[in-house]
Design a protein around this ligand. Structure first.
Ligand code: SF4
Ligand code: SF4
Length: 333
């Protein structure tokens, strides 16, 4: 039993993203959540409010909430209703909302929405822009949104990922397939992308690959247990902030505080999370090989290897309690 003065293995969750939807107008090759126009999962407003309250109450330090997707502006009326209801319930703070700016086509409408979100308690607006997003969203919309958001909210409340691309980038939908592939490969080599989901399937092939054995000993205790950051998907799966598809618990059937307590109590015994925390993805290889997994000749990083092994397990319906949703793993590249 843990002594009272012993540090906890699992840090309290202080930053949480509510994934309001898996729908997105875009289908970026870098998307570690495999969002796209064909996804229909949506988080109900009452469920989002329950999660919001439970996340704040589960940590003695509180929890800062951000809203993401998919693309949360795909359903504006739902987004603003959620923010207003959270505010009227006294649920604070709403740290930020993330968007790809696809909706920023008209200056007056953009100003109106930003003012409404400001009044409803939004802290920051985060705008995503890079070569992958600009295959689907004209960069002028990102520039318009960034300019108007700085005007309405003030520059300190506008975050752009990434500023260098916003300043110098171009649309990439008009490029030939070969030109786009070359640009994506150059950009991916800068190492800003998380190699899970579609990014692992599509982007990783452009990077320098190493055999699976090269990642031995690269343990994952920090991102899984110590990062203080989680995401919750529309169906209530609680996932580590940077590790899409790893399920720490299901909030549709359990309060957030119970999910945290169970993780603190039994993480070391969990076949996926426990093994990854202790040994990293190379630690999953023996079990995977025994079940028929054959490693690829090379991987672009430990997260790419992790994704490949987890995908194998998920498609074999193994470790279903810790891996999901299944469609995330099943998407064809
Ligand atoms: S990366 Fe963002 S904008 Fe692109 S498909 Fe995923 S959710 Fe949509
Ligand atoms: S290797 Fe897996 S568990 Fe570790 S950080 Fe990457 S995705 Fe997360």
């Amino acid at each position: 039993m843990r002594r009272r003065d012993q540090p906890m293995d699992v840090k309290y969750w202080s930053f949480a993203g509510l994934m309001l939807t898996c729908w997105c107008n875009a289908r970026c090759v870098s998307c570690y959540l495999c969002s796209g126009p064909d996804r229909q999962e949506e988080m109900k407003i009452d469920f989002a409010l329950r999660l919001w309250r439970e996340l704040i109450e589960a940590s003695p330090h509180g929890c800062r909430i951000h809203l993401s997707g998919g693309e949360p502006f795909g359903n504006w009326l739902r987004l603003i209703e959620l923010c207003r209801r959270a505010q009227s319930c006294g649920l604070r703070p709403l740290e930020k909302i993330e968007t790809n700016a696809f909706w920023a086509t008209d200056a007056k409408a953009v100003r109106d929405r930003l003012s409404a979100l400001d009044e409803a308690g939004m802290g920051k607006l985060v705008i995503s822009t890079d070569p992958y997003h600009q295959q689907y969203i004209p960069i002028e919309r990102c520039r318009l949104l960034a300019r108007l958001a700085e005007e309405v909210l003030g520059p300190d409340r506008v975050q752009v990922r990434w500023r260098d691309w916003l300043a110098e980038g171009t649309d990439t939908d008009h490029l030939t397939s070969a030109e786009r592939t070359a640009l994506f490969a150059r950009y991916a080599a800068e190492g800003r992308d998380r190699l899970n989901g579609r990014a692992a399937k599509v982007l990783a092939r452009h990077l320098r690959l190493q055999p699976a054995g090269a990642f031995a000993g690269r343990r994952c205790r920090e991102p899984l247990l110590r990062s203080r950051h989680v995401h919750v998907d529309p169906e209530g799966r609680v996932m580590p902030g940077t590790c899409a598809g790893i399920v720490l618990g299901k909030a549709d059937t359990q309060p957030i505080a119970d999910i945290w307590r169970r993780l603190e109590a039994d993480h070391a015994r969990r076949p996926i999370v426990g093994r990854l925390a202790e040994s990293g993805p190379a630690g999953l290889l023996a079990d995977a090989r025994a079940a028929g997994f054959v490693p690829q000749t090379g991987y672009a990083g430990k997260c790419h290897l992790c994704w490949d092994v987890r995908r194998f397990f998920a498609l074999q319906n193994l470790h279903e309690g810790e891996l999901g949703p299944r469609w995330l793993y099943a998407e064809e590249a």
